[in-house]
Write a protein of this length. Structure first.
Length: 132
């Protein structure tokens, strides 16, 4: 009987600890639909970016919880390309400035949003590209 009580206590402590860990380091999503990265190449209606994808749930030395991946990002007529600027009338509220594909240059930092899973696809089509 005492062993059962001890076992229940350990289970309870384990569940409490698990909740604390998940509060601080939530489980990674199964799919990733946005990332940021550096533009390596600008092609005809596509970009190649070097992105960091989080692969580990916990912070690890030397950034080992992130994986660098080259992604081909296709751009179509529905892709929204923009930059967030400062509105002098409302400095606390960012102002979305619409741009075109020609405004993206190699070396630029971008944030992309896509409907495809970036974790499993080497090539995606962006719904949004924000120039950082």
């Amino acid at each position: 009987l005492q062993t059962n009580q001890e076992l229940n206590l350990v289970k309870s402590q384990y569940e409490d600890l698990k909740k604390q860990i998940e509060g601080t380091f939530p489980p990674l999503p199964n799919e990733v639909h946005n990332t940021s990265g550096k533009v390596l190449k600008v092609g005809n209606k596509y970009l190649e970016i070097e992105a960091s994808i989080q692969v580990g749930r916990f912070p690890l030395p030397e950034g080992k919880n992130f994986e660098t991946k080259i992604i081909k990002v296709n751009v179509d007529n529905t892709t929204e390309i923009f930059w967030l600027g400062t509105d002098l009338m409302f400095p606390s509220k960012p102002k979305k400035v619409l741009l075109t594909f020609k405004d993206i240059t190699p070396g630029a930092q971008v944030y992309i949003v896509t409907e495809e899973d970036i974790k499993t696809n080497q090539e995606v089509t962006a719904t949004q590209i924000q120039i950082l």
